[in-house]
Design a protein around this ligand. Structure first.
Ligand code: DC
Length: 235
């Protein structure tokens, strides 16, 4: 029987990590986990409970409520995709707004939040056969992942993609605001004390600024098949 591996995909925001990770998981018959969605769901909870006021976070109140926050994924019968559930409510749409994007990085910098979510993520991967994307998957969540990818692209390219996505979803945003958000999140994610975004030493960098989605997927699929073959050869 084919031995399964863990595929960790990290990188900057809006590099198309989730699109490629989801596609790859489907192709390999693996589970896909979008860890950004988990941090976004905690952020939405904090916003709804007024723990965030004009970007000021009541960290203590959030930490004390963490045990009341239950996050899981459920496959939607409509889309066939795993969607995020916050205390049994499907919040897949609410977590993708620019408002949540604006608040999520400082929430994701809180160590107690990270500890809770990382523990849950490690459990999800205990049987391997998983593609997980985020910022610290190859460095903290699964330092022993058999395959680590680090995705990047210029801030301008990423902001353009994100802007078009938000417009398609009917959000009224300006390109300048989206670009600001991308740059700002990069800064907070890479400079925070706990688990900053960085490329693991053994990760393969994929710069997709000049790649089409198909080219990118083909490249990554080939790398993944090689890694799986390697695992089976060695075991
Ligand atoms: O991938 P995304 O844009 O949905 O992620 C939302 C935020 O969550 C992002 O600003 C960084 C943070 N994040 C993190 O700190 N660690 C992860 N494993 C995933 C996301």
């Amino acid at each position: 029987m084919d031995r399964k591996i863990i595929i960790a995909i990290d990188g900057h925001s809006s590099t198309g990590k989730s699109t490629v990770a989801r596609q790859l998981a489907k192709e390999l018959g693996y589970i896909y986990v979008d860890t950004g969605a988990m941090y976004r769901a905690v952020t939405l909870y904090a916003m709804r409970h007024k723990f965030i006021d004009e970007s000021e976070i009541d960290k203590k109140a959030l930490e004390q409520s963490l045990h009341l926050i239950n996050i899981r994924f459920e496959v939607s019968s409509e889309t066939g995709l795993a969607e995020v559930m916050l205390n049994d409510e499907n919040v897949e749409k609410e977590i993708r707004t620019l408002e949540v994007s604006r608040q999520v990085s400082p929430i994701a910098a809180i160590s107690m939040v990270r500890r809770k979510l990382v523990e849950q993520q490690q459990l999800m991967g205990k049987d391997r056969g998983i593609v997980m994307d985020g910022r610290d998957i190859g460095t903290v969540v699964f330092p022993n992942a058999e395959l680590k990818l680090f995705m990047t692209a210029t801030a301008k390219d990423r902001a353009e993609r994100r802007y078009n996505e938000l417009l398609e979803r009917g959000e009224n945003v300006s390109y300048e605001d989206v670009l600001k958000n991308v740059v700002n999140r990069d800064h907070i994610d890479s400079t925070r004390k706990d688990s900053p975004l960085r490329k693991a030493d053994d990760a393969i960098t994929i710069d997709n600024s000049n790649l089409t989605l198909v080219e990118q997927f083909d490249q990554i699929h080939t790398i993944a098949k090689d890694a799986i073959a390697q695992k089976n050869l060695l075991s």
